[in-house]
Design a protein around this ligand. Sequence first.
Ligand SMILES: *Cc1c(COP(=O)(O)O)cnc(C)c1O
Length: 399
Amino acid sequence: MKKYIEEAEKVLMHTYNRYQIVLEKGDGVYLYDLNGKKYLDFAAGIAVFALGYGNPEYKEALKAQIDKLIHTSNLFYNVPAIEAARKLADASGMDRVFFTSSGTEAIEGAIKLARKYYYKKHGTADSKILAMNHSFHGRSIGALSVTGTKKYREPFEPLMGGVLFADFNSLKDVEAHLDNKICAVIMEPIQGEGGLYPATKEFMYGIRKLCDERDILLIFDEIQCGMGRTGEMFAYQKYQVKPDIMTCAKALGCGVPVGAFAAVERVAAAFEPGDHGTTYGGNPLVTAAVSKVFDLFHKEQILARVNETGPYLYKKLEELAAKEEKIIAHRGMGLMQGLEFSYPVNGIIQSAMEKGVILISAGPNVLRFVPPLIIEKAHIDEMTAVLEQCIAEQSLLYT
Ligand SMILES: *Cc1c(COP(=O)(O)O)cnc(C)c1O
């Protein structure tokens, strides 16, 4: 592995401090490195591989589509895109879908749609967007502009103008920032990268009400918390608050690069031919994956499983948090949870990896648990046993 890692550090741009392993294959909830070492995966490629690795039906669907047609461009219709859009629309309660090739690109589209809606209504190009502090929406300039974390933004300023930030879970602060130029409020129902902070019920309901009163669009970024992770297909369904525009990616294609933004008809109608486009987006290969993912979610009763394993993980982590005084908070729901420590968690992650468990962080002091959604209780026991050992080792360092 050392040889590859050395080469990688010469040829890849240094935008990540990668863990010092080279992964080669996956099977179910396990990953294997080049030396054949096995890892229990609690990261799922950052909340992507919901169905686990190597699902036979998923692989067959992709292989069959490769043999038929991989790409057409959006100048033509293709059957997988139409079927995938129908399934996403039905699952989300949205009416129209636009497929992209990543999460950040879905955010770009959502911003453009909100601006176009405002432009059509007012005839002026002076709209603003209200986003949340500590949010994360992606790395492209538009998405970065609505990301409320200084370290991601500052080196790349000036960003897109007309963006304001309010405190997450503070209705008062949101209300204080609203005026008649705000075209949309954008937020994650559960902040992921920002440290696993779920919105409160009052916040979700309150924002919906404020937006309704002022004809402001509500955009929910479901890129990480969507696709079953909370035990509902989309996190907003857990709150029973519906957005006007939603974005989705990560687990949408379970590993092929695909995202989407979707909207209710009234809003989607603002887009006309020529307003937005993509060469790859929604190509038959990725949308065949999306379509199969929705079928498999149904067939394998993924939501029911998350509703069993999510609370189980919650209970186990609560027990751990009760025992360890250096764990200062436990947040999240379903299979999207976080433990906040009073010290940086990279030591825990490193030592868990040596013991064959892959964990990731969300900010320096928060361990993030986003396993494949097919995880079983026994895997959760396996992970927490290792985690407990790692914490014991670390507490010798951080006394
Ligand atoms: C990962 C993520 C994004 C960005 O998705 P990419 O596919 O990495 O561009 C946007 N929003 C949220 C909430 C995310 O978790």
